[in-house]
Design a protein around this ligand. Sequence first.
Ligand SMILES: Nc1ncnc2c1ncn2[C@@H]1O[C@H](COP(=O)(O)OP(=O)(O)O)[C@@H](O)[C@H]1O
Ligand SMILES: [Mg+2]
Length: 249
Amino acid sequence: MSHSEIGLQAKNDFPLSVAGAAAKGHPTDSIPGTVHDLGNLIQVAVSALNILSRNAHLAADPSLPPIVSSARMSLARAGTLVEQTLRRAREGAASVEAVSIGGCLSELRELVEKIWEPEIQLDVQVEPDLPPLTCSRINLQGAIMNLLTNARDAMPDGGTIALAARRAAKGGSTAAVEIEILDNGLGMSADTLQRAFEPFFTTRATGLGGFGLPVVKRFVEEVGGHIAVESKLNAGTQVTMYLPIAVCR
Ligand SMILES: Nc1ncnc2c1ncn2[C@@H]1O[C@H](COP(=O)(O)OP(=O)(O)O)[C@@H](O)[C@H]1O
Ligand SMILES: [Mg+2]
């Protein structure tokens, strides 16, 4: 199977579902409807990767199978996200569980090491014996992934992102964990820093169009925490999420 055959299948599905529904004012012209369509498109990509992974040509180049398996892992995550978003739309809440921070961060490290350029290194430090957070695992990982992606994009020539999790110094009555993402990249001007959390605000020509930080902020606020950003132009950025242990959702 060639790439163009796979592309054709995905292309044919798209106008029928997302664009077609929107054009006719169909009931799926809504966020859950669009998310559902995204799920269908993910399925198309998963099928294509399944076909690719069975192709004998793939084994001839040992660098290819790990790339395919990272793509499958990302799509599996995207599928979970779709499924959870739809469930949340139905039930009005994300599924909450006891989440091991160490486990979450090592999964993210594994993913990043597989799919990002080797010029970007990730230094992960987790304080021993951190209590689990009670929250949506997928939303927590999504928030951290957004922050890591911003840090990566701020270091176009590569560098090391420091990702740390520790107990927050007692400031109030609630115990909290802080998760910190530090880069020494481009940093932000005072104006950018002030607008960084605005939906649709972006300084990038490509990317997801200014949705990363608003999504992170919403997650942090939903769990009753807060987020702090310090940044200096041409020096770097530090983002810290403070997540209360007891009431995190
Ligand atoms: N680590 C960072 N270093 C430098 N600038 C950043 C960083 N994180 C966020 N920003 C700035 O904040 C803006 C908004 O970020 P975000 O909401 O994630 O949207 P996007 O990444 O799609 O632009 C970015 O366009 C960028 O200007
Ligand atoms: Mg972003």
